[in-house]
Design a protein around this ligand. Structure first.
Ligand code: CA
Length: 220
């Protein structure tokens, strides 16, 4: 699950970046509006956390541009502008949620989980397939009720595949979802993590679709 964080305040950005990484997201951090605009053109994100007061391009302008080209990436505005009219303006410009500073990191994370669930059309907070359950709030995976310890990357990969259940995910898509800027994958890492997941969770959970990628569940 890859997230774009747009925040020009170094201290605040650092805190959010660290918190989201710890929660298992691959996080790209853009420090101005123009970098955010370019990142959103270049990359598919599961969600974007967007400050409004930004150098080089206002956050609202970034958001309007995104929606104008029909891009539905979930956007949560995070800003010190707390007047009612600012919230209305942000939501009407196409934001999905709005949080004012100061805020609680746990609340930001819960709101992000909700946004990602809604965007995936999967309202249940826990993702399930067969006897496997993944709880994004607790960052916990169980098999038949028993906790299964996973590394951060294994967890992120499983989260992606379960969130796209019934759809083939190519290696490139999985790498995009797993790695933030500056963390480029080595050539066979996805295969290695898939191998680990099959050992821990059963050989049948993730199927290889030759030449196309990987899938959990059946393709429609
Ligand atoms: Ca700012």
């Amino acid at each position: 699950m890859r997230i774009l964080l747009v925040e020009d305040d170094a201290l605040l950005g650092d805190g959010i970046h660290a918190g989201l990484k710890l929660a298992g997201y691959a996080v790209d951090w853009a420090r101005d509006g123009e970098s955010a605009r370019l990142a959103l053109l270049d990359q598919h994100y599961q969600a974007c956390v967007l400050d409004l007061g930004l150098p080089r391009r206002d956050g609202l302008d970034v958001l309007r541009g995104l929606r104008a080209r029909g891009d539905g990436t979930p956007v949560l505005i995070l800003t010190a502008r707390d007047r009612g009219e600012d919230k209305v303006g942000g939501l009407d410009a196409g934001a999905d949620d709005y949080l004012t500073k100061p805020f609680d990191l746990a609340e930001l994370q819960a709101r992000l989980r909700a946004l990602i669930r809604r965007a995936a059309g999967a309202p249940a907070p826990v993702l399930r397939h067969g006897d496997i359950a993944l709880d994004p709030a607790g960052r916990r995976v169980t098999r038949d009720g028993q906790a299964v310890p996973l590394s951060a990357r294994e967890y992120a990969l499983l989260h992606d595949l379960l969130a796209h259940r019934g759809r083939i995910r190519s290696r490139a898509e999985l790498e995009e979802s797993l790695y933030a800027w500056g963390e480029e994958a080595e050539s066979n890492t996805v295969e290695v993590y898939i191998h680990h997941l099959r050992k821990k969770l059963g050989a049948d959970l993730i199927r290889t679709v030759r030449g196309l990628g990987y899938i959990v569940g059946d393709a429609p």
